[in-house]
Write a new protein. Sequence first.
Length: 451
Amino acid sequence: MSSNPIAETIASLMPRAKAELTELVAFKSVADFDQFPRSESEAAARWITDALTAEGFEDVALLDTPDGTQSVYGCLPGPAGARTVLLYAHYDVQPPLDESGWTTPPFELTERDGRWYGRGTADCKGGLIMHLLALRALKANGGVPVHVKVIVEGSEEQGTGGLERYAEAHPELLAADTVVIGDAGNFRVGLPTVTSTLRGMTMVRVQVDTLAGNLHSGQFGGAAPDALAALIRVLDSLRAEDGSTTVDGLGPTASWKGLQYDEEQFRADAKVLDGVGLTGSGTVADRIWARPAVTVLGIDCPPVVGATPSVQASARALISLRVPPGVDAAEAAKLLQAHVEAHTPWNARVRTEQVGQGQPFSADTDSPAYAAMADAMAVAYPGQEMQYAGQGGSIPLCNTLAALYPQAEILLIGLSEPEAQIHAVNESVSPDELERLSVAEALFLRNYAAS
C-alpha cells in the first residue's frame, strides 16, 4: 500500500483493532434464543454502544426491534451542510455448527497462518471494526468530512426483519445520501470489489404427515405410506437431473454479464471433493448470482444411531430458496409452497409455512458514490481496478433502505472473501483486507465529501 497519512494511521491502529475484535468475537451473539442465551447478544450490543459513545457519537441508542432483538444506532455530526453517510454492519452471527470441526474455539479469536479465526470475524463483527478504523483515521487526519450515522443490526442472520420494520416505522432515523453496507466482500483477497447485486431469500418449513403414529416396518411396510419417503420425493422434485433448481413457475435461465468466476477456482474456493461434479448449468456466475437456488437446510427425522425399524408417520424439512434480482421474493415463496404441495405423493397431508424472507437487490453503479469508491480503492489497492460482482447471499435491509430513500446511493463492501468461509467452520478474516478496506472506506468518505 502506498504511503499516505490515512494508511499510516490505520496501520498503527491494527493492534487495537485486533484486541477489539477479540472482545467482540467472544460474545456468542447468535440471535436464535432457543439455542444461545439472549444475554450474549445483549452484551455485544452494549459493547457496541460503549464503543460508539467513546468515539464521540451522539444519540447513541439500543433500538428494541419488533423481532425481539436489539440494533445499535449512533450519529457523528460532520461539518455544517455536509452530506450524510450511513454505515451498516451486524453483530449477530451464525451458530458455530459442529464445534469439533473448528481447529480453534469458534468464539475465541485466534491468529493462525496470517489470518484471524473466529465466528463473526468476517461476517460481520469485522465490518464494524472496519467502520471504526476508517473514522478514527479521519479524525486523526483533519476530521470526518461528512455526517455519519452507524447502524449495527442484531438479527441479520436470522432474516426475521426486525430492523427493516423498525426503519419503516421510523423513516427519518436512517435517512442518508449514501449507505455503505459493510457486509459483503472482495471477489478474492487483494481484488477490490463492490457487490452490485444480491439474491433475495425465502425460507419455507414443510411438514408431511401420513399416519397417526409410527408403525412396525415388517408388519406394515410396503403399503403404509412413509412420511419420510414422501418428503424425500418432494425435496428431490426441487432439482433437475443436473442439479438445477426446478421450482414450478420459476425460470432458471438468467445469465450474469459482469465479472466471471473461473470454474476451477470456484471448486477450490468451495472445497468441492475430487471427482464430484458441480450442480446446474451455465457459467458459475450465472448459477450463484443470477439464478434461483434451492437448499435443504435441515430435516427432522430419526437419526441413524438409535433408529428403529419403523415406518415414519411425520417428517419435516426447512427449505431455503435464493431469489435472483428481478424476481419478487414473496411471489417466489408462493411458487415454492405451491410446488411442494403439488409434488407431495400419495395424497399425504402437507403443510407449508414461510418463516423468513428478504428481497433481492440491484444497485445503481453509475453514481458519484461509486466513482468516489473506485478512486479510494485504487489507492488502497495499488495497481488494482475496482470490480463489480454479485453475491448469492441476501441482505434484506438493502431493499428496505432503497424503498425508504430512493435517492440514496447504496454500496456494498466488506471482509467476506472466499477464504473467510463465512457461515462455515473455521471462519476467518484477513487482517490485510481489514486494513486495506478501512483505508478505502476512509478515503471514500473524504472523496465523497469533495464530490
